[in-house]
Design a protein around this ligand. Sequence first.
Ligand code: PMP
Length: 410
Amino acid sequence: MTNSRDSSLRERARAVVPGGMWGHMNAVALPEGYPQFFARGAGSRLWDVDGHEYVDFMCSWGPIILGHHHPEVDAAARRQWDQGDCLNGPSEAMVELAETFVEIVPHADWVQFQKNGTDATTTAVTIARSGTKRRKILVAKGAYHGAVPWCSPSLVGVTTEDRAHIITYIYNDIASLEAAVMEAGDDLAGIIVSAFQHDYGQDQHLPTVSFAQAARAICDRTGAALIVDDVRAGFRLSLGGSWETVGVKPDLSAWSKAIANGFTLAAVTGNNRFRDATSSIFTTGSFWCSAMSMAAAVATLTVLRRDDGVGHMTRLGQSLRDGLAGLSQQYSMPIRQTGPVQMPMVLFDDDADHRKGFAFCAAAIQQGVYFHPLHNMFLSAAHTAEDIARALDAAEHGFKAARAVAPAHD
Ligand code: PMP
């Protein structure tokens, strides 16, 4: 597989972009053969700048929920583009989208829109502080909520003061949550929880019902805000929000990634208890009113609802999981598949240095299937049974490659 255009773009980028690329999308962290630069996407497929085609199991790290370039979403966006996108304020699409959210999401009495997931989580935290007039925010150890000082996974460039009012607890561990609540004392503004535990490079864990109920009860008792960070999982587990699956309603939820099928949009939904707190904070962004993304989001929700996107992703995700489990047995290479099937996480046993996972993915990418060795992956409503068959074919090459790098068993 030649990657000459990708190599030359990397070299040019290194000269004019610090590090060649920032953050988690820097392909140097990926196995050999992974492209950095992409040319286009259509449905479940993606093409790199050297013309290689991939069945895409990252879906742009989540945003692509109906497939790349979904015709109905693109048509809605184009119609709005023809009218205007960046205007002196919002368009009608904002009200239509807000009404749609309030209709679909049971805890939502109102919505406010932003651009990125970090905007939404940070806004939700600010609303919690504004509504309670308190400062402490409880965050699960290892959870990702964005890339600004209060929550960045890196401490480089972050001051102690930036984290002064953050207290950590362990996801799904009620005792540790209670201890964090004690530490916050009468200054508890909110508890932020991921939709499920989806920490980088770790097995995933769904929230237990008892943990979700305990978090809700603490917030009811103390008046703090329960915030679900649904940025990554939103609309893949349930259109009403991921904690619908455990029967617990948050006060606030942060959304982004999939809500506009790849158009740039984020949202905070909340209940009436936090309505005034929300209108009292100052929050804005030059592009937060972009009408095109909002029109795209209305179309995305319409199609997801009409075509039971969640059901489709669940069925195909299950067949991928079943197929991988069968191959893992066949090749005697035990793997752990955790979390919801529509957001697969695949980790090899006895693979602390990730050699097996990397060999598996490096072999699969050669077969035209884009997996990720350490991050959860994503199904979309555009994946087909044929895509899953191709993925399993590629996975067979992957298991052979992983076996070849595995230390011999005694
Ligand atoms: N929260 C979660 C759970 C996420 O997965 C992400 C993005 N990976 C964010 C927040 C931040 O979103 P963004 O990168 O759009 O700012």
